[in-house]
Design a protein around this ligand. Structure first.
Ligand SMILES: [Zn+2]
Length: 310
């Protein structure tokens, strides 16, 4: 496969990505998160390194850190985790849901072109060292490799419409893929309709958290459009997520399924005394899938999806 995946440590030939976790959280640290969301506050490089090392030992080689702009990401700390563990890390730009931005006026007020300008610069030039929270912008050496968007319901709010439009502009300018947050798994078809009507190729879109909804018809509908689904509840509900994965594989979607842990909860990290630990997803699911399917879902699909397409 030709093409590259953009990691915080530089561009990586896509065929060297190895097994990939597509929706991870290694560093989350903003004043708002520290104060109001302590259960997802993940500020420590040392703790992330301790949690990621067993993932490397299990065979995972690349992770997508799904924290977008001004919601608690840190390009320097992600780079240090990558250097200290050998895990390749793809960082995100874009925006999360509005609840992360009550103290970030630009994230609420800026128009789609201003947002796209910030997102494109994160991908082309380097993520701001101050995560677009300071009075000045200073580009780090770590560039983002994916655009994150989020919506809260079955219909998009005006603010979400603006974000989705900015993401489409960014994808078109940079060739980066788009990763969406669905709230409780809902609204997937709305997200797909909006992005594709803005000209985004469905093969550049992956939806997160949809495995919170068991309805097989909903998943078949989303997959029939050509998007990827990233099932990421496998640490919380392993049997339900695995059963859904198996059903969608049997229905012929092996090329469009991705996996991750959405491991933002401190209670999921083995090294923080939680359970079952980020490494267990690959250990458990790769064994249950068998080597051929595991290679497709953990390696071939993410490599194709994450490749920049100018
Ligand atoms: Zn997440």
């Amino acid at each position: 496969m030709s093409g590259v995946i953009r990691t915080v440590g530089g561009d990586l030939p896509a065929d060297l990505a190895g097994p990939v976790y597509v929706h991870e959280h290694l560093i989350i640290d903003s004043p708002l998160v520290a104060e109001t969301m302590p259960h997802i506050h993940l500020p420590s490089v040392d703790e992330a390194v301790a949690e990621v090392r067993p993932c490397v030992a299990a065979g995972v080689r690349t992770m997508v850190d799904a924290m977008p702009a001004a919601a608690g990401r840190d390009p320097e700390r992600l780079t240090r985790v990558s250097v200290l563990t050998g895990m390749r890390i793809v960082a995100a730009t874009g925006l999360h849901t509005g609840r992360y931005y009550t103290d970030v006026p630009w994230a609420r007020d800026e128009g789609e072109e201003g947002l796209a300008e910030r997102f494109i610069a994160d991908i082309d030039d380097g993520i701001d060292l101050h995560d677009y929270r300071g009075p000045v912008v200073e580009r780090s050496g770590a560039r983002a490799g994916i655009v994150k968007v989020a919506s809260l319901g079955e219909a998009l709010s005006a603010s979400e419409e603006r974000l989705f439009a900015a993401a489409a502009l960014t994808a078109s300018a940079t060739g980066a893929p788009i990763l969406t947050h669905t709230e409780e798994g809902l609204g997937g078809m709305t997200q797909i309709d909006r992005l594709t009507s803005l000209g985004v190729d469905p093969g550049r879109i992956a939806l997160s958290h949809t495995d919170k909804i068991a309805d097989r018809g909903y998943h078949a509908d989303m997959l029939s459009t050509g998007v990827y689904l990233c099932y990421d509840q496998g640490l919380r509900e392993p049997d339900a997520t695995f059963a859904l994965l198996e059903a969608m594989l049997e229905a012929g979607n092996v090329e469009r399924l991705l996996l991750g842990t959405d491991g933002a909860r401190r209670s999921l990290w083995a090294t923080l005394g939680g359970s079952p630990g980020l490494a267990s997803l690959y250990g458990d699911f790769a064994r249950r899938l068998g080597s051929d399917v595991a290679k497709t879902v953990f390696e071939t699909n993410p490599a194709r999806y994450l490749t920049l397409r100018r």
